[in-house]
Design a protein around this ligand. Structure first.
Ligand SMILES: [Fe+2]
Ligand SMILES: [Fe+2]
Length: 396
């Protein structure tokens, strides 16, 4: 995939940097002489050791380095509809800010498939990591403002708390797609989801080397299914590509990155944030559990909706597969992964539930946004390079 179109000052500055090679590392200073040569001979030693200079005063705790300066943020776009749910407007604006979310998405993408027109060495370029850290701070602040920390529970209560959290999975997008959506709306739904589903499971895979014992085995069990159990054609990302092709959409990776709004990118960015930082490993486990625990029944409705609209077995297979697979995954994720991790490391209990709550909150914002657009007969995609009508026309 190529770098997307900039959406504001942050992405304009970032993509200009990524279009050039990263700065050359500064040359290392001249090698010091070997230790023997540097030692004074015994004869040259002073008779008494010279007094040591006073040590410089130490700060109690070194302050963290200042994050790299970002260009002035663009004025926030209209706040996405929350589907009737409340939340601090500034947090919702940040999550809907296409410039911010696309910039962060691009920084993260360097750790996945990358961009054809960005040098791979940018992935670990210190100045770019500093930019990413500043963007991540805005995302973390928005999540903290939007998502209250779930009440503390003992490790043994994690599974029940997850069940309670996921009992209400937000505006019923799946009911709408099952019964009311036309083909153009269903295509839009698939376009939004392509941002994650074409790399499905990858963000949660980052947790594997950070876990051990039972929770690690549980995560690998889930991920093995997501990656097709060794058969490329059964990988969930491949099944989703087949759904896209069946709907006349472009199934190439990142094809619709320019078309999705900030809130769609935020859904993926939250996973990458939790995935790429070991300190968020508990949240990542909870995030995966929330996805798995709210997947089986909606996927049945998505599949039914697509069949109603004429989708064949190949097109609906992605959804049909998840009805069964996620009925199992939700048990493994809630019990073996999350409850197991909390028992192993009780200090992660709060983060596990917070990660689940973040997944649900951002998903609800996204669902509220697309539903409010569709119910008014409007496209939920970015309008610049096409409309809902143009998506439908392409496959006619
Ligand atoms: Fe899956
Ligand atoms: Fe799954």
């Amino acid at each position: 995939m190529r770098l997307p179109r900039p959406r504001g000052p942050i992405t304009a500055a970032l993509f200009t940097r990524l279009s050039s090679p990263p700065p050359e590392p500064t040359p290392r200073p001249e090698a010091a002489p070997p230790p023997e040569a540097a030692l004074p001979s015994e004869a040259a030693l002073p008779p008494e050791a010279a007094p040591l200079p006073e040590p410089a005063p130490l700060h109690e705790t070194a302050p963290p380095p200042e994050a790299a300066q970002l260009p002035e943020a663009a004025p926030p776009p209209a706040v996405v509809s929350s589907g009737g749910r409340s939340g601090p407007p500034s947090a919702r604006s940040e999550l809907a800010d296409g410039d911010l979310q696309l910039a962060l998405f691009a920084c993260y993408e360097l750790h996945y498939q990358g961009f054809d027109d960005a040098d791979d060495r940018w992935e670990w370029e210190p100045s770019l990591l500093a930019t990413r850290a500043a963007l991540e701070r805005r995302l973390e602040d928005a999540l903290a403002a939007l998502v209250p920390r779930p009440p503390a529970v003992p490790p043994a209560g994690v599974r029940a708390a997850l069940v309670e959290l996921t009992a209400d999975d937000g505006p019923s997008l799946s009911a709408y797609l099952r019964r009311e959506a036309d083909l153009g709306v269903f295509r839009e739904f698939v376009v939004h989801r392509s941002i994650y589903h074409l790399k499905e499971a990858d963000p949660h895979t980052w947790a594997i080397p950070r876990l051990r014992g039972g929770p690690k085995a549980a995560l690998v069990e889930i991920q093995a299914d997501e990656y097709g159990g060794g058969r490329a054609e059964r990988m969930h990302a491949e099944l989703f590509a087949a759904t896209m092709t069946g709907l006349g959409l472009d199934a190439s990776y990142g094809a619709y990155l320019d078309r999705v709004p900030g809130i769609t990118l935020a859904v993926s960015n939250v996973m990458s944030l939790f995935g790429l930082h070991r300190r968020w490993r508990g949240a990542l486990a909870g995030h995966l559990a929330a996805l798995e625990m709210t997947s089986s029944a909606p996927n049945r409705r998505y599949g039914d909706g697509l069949r109603r609209l004429g989708g064949d077995r190949v097109a609906t297979r992605f959804y049909d597969e998840h009805v069964q697979a996620d009925a199992v995954h939700e048990q493994v994720a809630a019990h073996d992964l999350c409850a197991g991790l909390a028992a192993q490391d009780p200090s992660l209990t709060g983060d596990i539930l917070y990660g689940a709550a973040c997944a649900l909150a951002v998903e609800r914002l996204w669902a509220g946004h697309v539903l409010s657009r569709w119910r008014r007969g409007l496209s939920s995609l970015e309008q610049e390079s096409g409309t809902r009508a143009s998506l439908a026309a392409r496959s006619a």
